[in-house]
Design a protein around this ligand. Structure first.
Ligand code: PLP
Length: 343
């Protein structure tokens, strides 16, 4: 999280907007909070340059509920969908869609432990197509929005607002807030409303994106604090130059890291270079017996949380939007120093 956003959130927990109350105790129906939701929704539209047919919602349930929401709102009764399987989150989305109908998975990177992104082109007689733009565990990311002649849905949880993207190619984008946007609690939905209402399904009210649109994203009590903090982060993104500013910042970070990875003789990456994630670089020591010494070094430098996921091993240096380049430099310096000692 950006430091200024944490400080502003702390302030609002003390007292929010001159109301004499903490943000933790206000009514979500107060005018003050309605303004927060309105600004957050508007900022998403601005930052992504969304055409008017798009609506922005802040709901709950995380991306995990999004897996099923996507299918519920886009898969016709007796219909089918096409998915790309590029990792654990993509597989989760596939599983939840299969509850409702037929799912074809013609693109699948599991043969090489998801170290690459298949050449995805979605076509055929499907209700929708689904992909996962960034795969946190394996450190892979689509280089561009895949081509699709069917309505396209993306789980953008772990790279939303990190660089320029043509959001208007999508029927639906969903993203849990907790990676690039704010604290856990809110889940962002960006939906082309002209593509809703075609399934013939009767939906439970909370699962119905149209019901949330009709109530301006306030059908029931929303996650107030999380939305407030998301709104502050969106302000910060705008101050930083919007998506272009984020792209420059994140480009520099990933270049600093991957240049060192490619130069340093002691390490190799998990992801193939064409599919490298800007958000979650994954890497390993060539000689795992050096691990305890390397671990002591990065811990000594004040780094935390770079142990890799058990299904890949090694290391994963998550570099979400707010992480400053100085933090990447600390890791790069440790890698250089380790090579100097060992080399
Ligand atoms: C983190 C992540 C998830 C999990 O989201 P929850 O909000 O915890 O349900 C799903 N998809 C992707 C791409 C993620 O990065």
């Amino acid at each position: 999280m950006p430091r200024q956003v944490i400080e502003q959130t702390a302030q609002a927990i003390q007292e929010f907007d001159g109301m004499g109350l903490s943000i933790l105790e206000i009514s979500h129906r107060s005018k003050n909070f309605e303004r927060v939701v309105a600004e957050a929704r508007q900022s998403v539209k601005e930052i992504l340059s969304l055409p008017d047919r798009y609506e922005v919602l802040f709901l709950q349930g995380g991306a995990t509920l999004g897996f099923h929401m996507a299918a519920m709102n886009f898969m016709k009764e007796g219909g089918s969908a096409v998915y790309a399987n590029t990792g654990v989150w993509a597989a989760g989305a596939i599983k939840e869609a299969k509850v409702l109908g037929q799912v074809d998975v013609p693109f699948d990177s599991s043969d090489k432990n998801h170290s690459y992104i298949p050449n995805v082109v979605f076509e055929g007689n499907y209700d929708y197509a689904h992909y996962t733009s960034n795969n946190t565990i394996y450190g892979t990311q689509y280089a561009a929005v895949p081509q699709s002649s069917v309505p396209l849905i993306c789980d953008m949880s772990s790279d939303i607002f990190s660089r320029r993207v043509d959001a208007a190619q999508h029927a639906l984008i969903y993203a849990g807030a907790q990676k690039n946007l704010g604290p856990a609690g809110a889940t962002l939905y960006i939906v082309d409303k002209e593509q809703l209402g075609k399934t013939g399904r009767k939906l439970p009210i909370y699962m119905d994106l149209q019901a949330h649109i009709d109530k301006d994203s306030m059908y029931n009590t929303p996650p107030v604090l999380s939305i407030y903090t998301c709104m502050l982060t969106l302000r910060w993104i705008k101050e930083m130059g919007g998506l272009e500013g984020m792209e420059q910042r994140n480009f520099a970070k990933q270049k600093l890291f991957y240049d060192e990875l490619d130069r340093n003789g002691l390490f190799h990456g998990h992801a193939v270079p064409e599919a490298r994630s800007w958000m979650n670089p994954t890497f390993r020591l060539n000689d795992d017996s050096m691990a305890s010494e390397f671990d002591a070094m990065w811990k000594g430098a004040g780094i935390s949380g770079i142990a890799g996921h058990r299904s890949v091993g090694g290391y994963r240096a998550s570099m979400y939007n707010a992480l400053p380049i100085e933090s990447v430099q600390v890791l790069v310096d440790v890698m250089k120093e380790f090579e100097r000692i060992k080399g």
